[in-house]
Write a protein that binds this ligand. Structure first.
Ligand code: ADP
Length: 408
């Protein structure tokens, strides 16, 4: 046995690689055993064999779990995003669980994991990173029988700013990325989504018999290019004006949310009537929403109304996911919403340019095609969809349970 050498180098898993005291030999310390090698070549062989014997899955797993997620900035382990790490021969396979199909940095995450493993364990020959998506959410509708993991309200301070367009785009964007989505057009004063999505008809009624022999009726939502759509527009004539008072609004919304056969959804998007507090209150009493998105155009007058919308959501305890600037460009200006969002310490979720494509697609009933490859607005809509989905994940991290509702 050699006397313990003075450590000169350490390999990544803590073995001491050192020169012996006479500095003529290289030694590898494995715990209390010190091996002396007569030549650097033999030393290298022994070192690698020693490492392979010691390197194991749980070491690699621990290493991977400490990598911070590039967007959420917390360690992957804390975020419960590492499903599996398998070491076989000299190949490592890592399975990452993404919290939403809208996770935008898959490639960056893949290289981060690969580089970290290869740097720590140079003898690993290849790293495979696979992704599984398990959408996370508050499951806040459970107590009223709604099986939607996340409910998102899209609101605005006033009409005409493109709130319905953004709500429909968000729904189709999430569907485009692979989520199961429902869209509830709760804009009872101007239900425009059936028209934009090119869906006509009346919802059917489904009947079920429970094990106790009781018959239950449910409203069957209409299909809009793969997403489930429900709107007051299906119940009234196109040109009929609707006058809703508070209690009626409450009743119809409760029915739409509770008695529609939504099935299992990852996201239910609700297009809210502009500005109103009573609809928001009804929703927040019924469900713990994942949050609200406030749509605004960049000019000063519109911004004032958006500030009121945010304060209304705050009052009814609906978390504000952030603000979207719509119709950015020469006519209404650009950047006003981002600035106001920063002042109010609310996330800015992105901007959508003013573009005739929206009107053309909306009028033609083909708003789902805004996500086609050749759509000029596709990228900005996808970015906003990703930002909203990630903001929900971020909030879940901070506050995994439903917020306590304050009865006003
Ligand atoms: P709101 O729901 O706020 O009343 P809508 O979504 O119904 O607003 O939009 C109002 C009109 O503006 C529609 O004709 C729509 O096609 C158009 N629009 C919405 N966003 C844009 C945009 N970014 N560029 C051009 N037109 C838009």
């Amino acid at each position: 046995m050699l006397p313990p050498p003075s450590p000169d180098v350490r390999n990544p898993i803590g073995n001491t690689l050192a020169l012996t005291e006479d500095r003529r030999h290289v030694a590898l310390c494995l715990g209390s055993i010190t091996l002396r090698c007569v030549s650097p070549r033999i030393f290298v062989d022994i070192a690698i064999k020693g490492l392979m014997a010691i390197m194991n899955e749980s070491d690699i797993q621990n290493l991977v779990k400490q990598i911070p997620d590039p967007i959420l900035e917390s360690p992957l382990g804390k975020l419960k995003m590492i499903q599996q790490v398998v070491l076989e021969n000299k190949t490592v396979q890592v399975v990452v669980e993404l919290p939403t199909p809208a996770y935008p940095q898959r490639e960056q995450l893949k290289s981060l994991i690969t580089d970290k493993i290869k740097t720590a364990y140079p003898e690993v020959e290849s790293v495979e990173v696979k992704f599984n998506v398990v959408v996370r959410g508050k499951k806040s509708g459970a107590r009223i029988g709604l099986r939607a993991k996340n409910v998102i309200a899209v609101g605005s301070g006033k009409g005409g700013v493109g709130k319905s367009t953004v709500a429909a785009s968000l729904a189709f964007g999430l569907k485009h990325l692979g989520a199961k989505v429902g869209l509830l057009d709760a804009d009872v004063y101007g239900p425009s989504i059936p028209h934009m999505a090119g869906v006509k008809g009346q919802p059917g009624v489904l009947e079920y018999t429970t094990s106790e022999g009781q018959t239950i009726q449910r409203i069957e939502p209409l299909d809009a290019d793969g997403l489930k759509l429900m709107s007051i527009g299906f119940m009234i004539e196109e040109e009929q004006a609707v006058i809703w008072r508070g209690p009626m609004l409450h009743k119809i919304l409760t029915q739409f949310v509770q008695q529609t056969e939504w099935g299992d959804l990852d996201y239910l998007i609700i297009d809210m009537p502009p500005g109103t507090g009573d609809v928001s209150l009804t929703l927040s009493q019924m469900l713990g929403l994942a949050g609200a998105v406030v749509v605004c155009t960049p000019q000063q007058v519109a911004l004032l109304d958006a500030v009121k919308a945010i304060s209304m959501f705050n009052q009814v305890k609906i978390p504000v996911l952030g603000m979207v600037e719509n119709m950015s460009g020469e006519i209404f200006g650009q950047g006003g919403v981002e600035k106001r969002a920063a002042e109010m310490k609310v996330p800015f979720l992105g901007e959508i340019p003013i573009d005739a494509t929206f009107r053309i697609k909306g009028d033609a009933g083909s708003i789902s095609s805004l996500f086609d490859d050749d759509s000029p607005v596709r990228d900005s809509l996808l970015r906003i969809t990703e930002n909203i989905a990630m903001e929900i994940v971020r909030n879940l991290q901070d506050e995994p349970d439903m917020p306590q509702l304050e009865i006003l």
